[in-house]
Design a protein around this ligand. Structure first.
Ligand SMILES: Nc1nc2c(ncn2[C@@H]2O[C@H](COP(=O)(O)OP(=O)(O)O)[C@@H](O)[C@H]2O)c(=O)[nH]1
Ligand SMILES: Nc1ncnc2c1ncn2[C@@H]1O[C@H](COP(=O)(O)OP(=O)(O)O)[C@@H](O)[C@H]1O
Length: 226
């Protein structure tokens, strides 16, 4: 039986977590779980949690850990037989600790992208709110300008992608990510990638995952061989 593979991807806003996660999900069959997408879903649904979440996201602040863990952990518990990739969770040390109490991650990818690239990318990021599909007018434009490729529905820009909000989000990211990165480094599962272009980083991530998932599958075979 194939062993389950559990991974997370970290990086500042606009670093390409969503773009790379989709490639990973497609190439390696991991289930993709985006924390930001679930948060936006709760905002649109105007649930009790969603109203609270909105008040933080629109001020470019991190949503309280308790709200995030009670949204993410039950989802993971429902997926007990599946391999997955987390995007945007865990983002703080308390979130990482709560996750660690339930699951040991096999691999964490950390993306280091220069600020100027982040700013350029985010000022041009358009999303389909229903599905979370992301476009960039230069890098991966929609087939019809302003419309989602699959549904034809209008694309929107997030208020928190505007430059003034971006600076605040980057500051928050750096402060809270460091202890999480240190934790995964100490567990020996952190892999960092630096660069300005997703297409140049992707082959390295692809090759890392091929090796890790292959090694893990053959370890599992050996474990199960009588
Ligand atoms: N110009 C350019 N844009 C990119 C590149 N990689 C991703 N993007 C775009 O940059 C924006 C941010 O990427 P996204 O995957 O949403 O980043 P996330 O915030 O870390 O999840 C999106 O509009 C992407 O389409 C790249 O290498 N070059
Ligand atoms: N794990 C998390 N903990 C706290 N807040 C979060 C978390 N994930 C997302 N958020 C909130 O949702 C917003 C959007 O998140 P996301 O879509 O992941 O965007 P980005 O990676 O571009 O910041 C964040 O700015 C933050 O306010």
């Amino acid at each position: 039986m194939a062993k389950l593979f559990r991974a997370a991807i970290m990086g500042p806003p606009g670093s390409g977590k969503g773009t790379i996660s989709k490639r990973i999900a497609q190439s390696f069959g991991l289930l993709y779980l985006s924390c930001g997408h679930y948060l936006r879903e709760s905002i649109v649904a105007k649930t009790e949690a969603g109203v609270l979440v909105k008040s933080y996201v629109e001020r470019s602040m991190l949503v309280p850990d308790q709200v995030i863990t009670s949204m993410m952990l039950p989802r993971l518990e429902q997926l007990s037989g599946q391999s997955w990739l987390l995007d945007g969770f865990p983002r703080t040390l308390p979130q990482a600790t709560a996750l660690n109490n339930l699951y040991q991650l096999d691999l964490v990818i950390s993306l280091n992208i220069p600020y100027e690239s982040l700013r350029e990318r985010l000022s041009d990021r358009w999303v389909h709110p229903g599905s979370g599909r992301v476009y960039n007018m230069g890098f991966n434009p929609p087939q019809v300008q302003g419309k989602d490729d699959v549904t034809g529905e209008p694309l929107i820009q997030h208020d928190d992608d505007k430059p003034e909000a971006l600076m605040a989000r980057l500051r928050h990211y750096k402060d809270v990510a460091k202890p999480v990165i240190d934790l995964y480094k100490s567990q020996g599962i952190l892999h960092s990638f630096s660069g300005t272009e997703t297409d140049r980083i992707w082959p390295y991530i692809n090759s890392l995952l091929s090796t890790k998932m292959h090694t893990q599958a053959s370890d599992a075979c050996q474990t199960h061989t009588p």
